[in-house]
Design a protein around this ligand. Structure first.
Ligand SMILES: NC(=O)C1=CN([C@@H]2O[C@H](COP(=O)(O)OP(=O)(O)OC[C@H]3O[C@@H](n4cnc5c(N)ncnc54)[C@H](O)[C@@H]3O)[C@@H](O)[C@H]2O)C=CC1
Ligand SMILES: Nc1nc(O)c(N)c(N[C@@H]2O[C@H](COP(=O)(O)O)[C@@H](O)[C@H]2O)n1
Length: 280
């Protein structure tokens, strides 16, 4: 078995079960995958010390939990800011999953990277591709608005079984891109991903927590670490909503909430409350 395999006990798995994609295919047919929003945050709602900084928040137990979540989803989605900052592996290192005590790649999630402008300069040396070479992870699907991505990147993806997928994106008033999350999730489902976990970073999470996209989230699982990262961090703080009288309301709230202490961290599980007007 691989030296870096993580253990996550059966008793710890039980509490998560109601918050995870169903294992039996008994759910009613849907065009959308089961989608979980999951990330680790500080007490001041930061994901990282700065946009370019890989920052460890999860303790060993909640880190193992995140890897268990990875084994229970078909896809794991991040923004290009995270890909560039972290050079992440985005595989599952739980003992017994493909590459970690089991042959093949069974249980490994498909990394999905939202990269509208082709900013991610990945290579054979990127962690994700090293893991592919070692049979410990899958190559990424890169969601882009670029119509002719670089042939060098295309060749690397072809070599390891990844791909570019073009998606129409709107331009925001600040010059950024806005993917249509519903269309994207439908595309991921039609390409075989029955479940997707969204890990971040800040821009991705804040976008999904906007009123029109919140209904796409089936489950929210947040690790809260007992630390303040201080000002200047990458903050989860979605845009505020206003009622008909123009009064500020909370941006989003969870229901069916459960809190589980996990080492020095606490893990919060729940579902986003969706107003009737948002369901349409
Ligand atoms: N603590 C945790 O659990 C996690 C921490 N992080 C941290 O977050 C930081 C990165 O976060 P950010 O800088 O906010 O970058 P990000 O990972 O959210 O990526 C931002 C980029 O993704 C694209 N993007 C984002 N939303 C989009 C949308 N709605 N439509 C189309 N394209 C979109 C844009 O190109 C944007 O520049 C890193 O420092 C990383 O370490 C990332 C994931 C999890
Ligand atoms: N659960 C969790 N806890 C933290 O403290 C983190 N910094 C993150 N970050 C996310 O995990 C990715 C790194 O994954 P690998 O260990 O390289 O597979 C990173 O890119 C973030 O998405 N998550």
């Amino acid at each position: 078995m691989s030296r870096d395999a993580l253990e996550f006990s059966q008793s710890d798995r039980g509490f998560l079960e109601p918050h995870l994609p169903p294992q039996a295919v008994s759910a009613p047919a849907s065009d959308l995958p089961f989608t979980t929003l999951t990330f680790a945050t500080s007490l001041d709602s930061s994901l990282a010390l700065s946009p370019g900084a890989r920052t460890v928040l999860s303790g060993p137990q909640s880190k193992a939990m995140t890897h268990y979540l990875r084994s229970r989803h078909d896809g794991i989605l991040i923004g290009v800011g995270t890909a560039v900052a972290d050079d992440p592996g985005l595989n599952c290192r739980i003992a017994g999953v493909g590459g970690y005590g089991q042959e093949g790649l069974s249980g490994q999630p498909r990394p999905v990277v939202i990269d509208p402008t082709g900013r991610w300069e990945f290579s054979e040396d990127s962690k994700l591709f090293q893991l592919c070479r070692e049979g410990r992870g899958l190559a990424p699907w890169i969601i882009t608005a670029v119509e002719n991505p670089s042939s060098q990147k295309q060749a690397l993806l072809d070599k390891y079984g990844g791909r570019f997928m073009t998606s129409k994106m709107l331009r925001t008033h600040t010059g950024g891109h806005q993917v249509d999350w519903r269309t994207l999730f439908e595309t991921l489902k039609s390409n075989g991903l029955e479940s997707v976990m969204v890990e971040g970073g800040g821009q991705i999470i804040n976008s999904l927590l906007s009123p029109q996209y919140m209904p796409l989230l089936d489950s929210v699982i947040v690790t809260i670490a007992p630390t303040w990262l201080g000002q200047g961090g990458v903050v989860v703080s979605p845009a505020r909503r206003f009622d008909e009288g123009g009064n500020a309301m909370s941006a989003a709230r969870l229901k069916n909430v459960k809190w589980y202490p996990f080492g020095e961290d606490v893990v919060l599980c729940g579902q986003v409350i969706v107003a009737d007007a948002q369901k349409a």
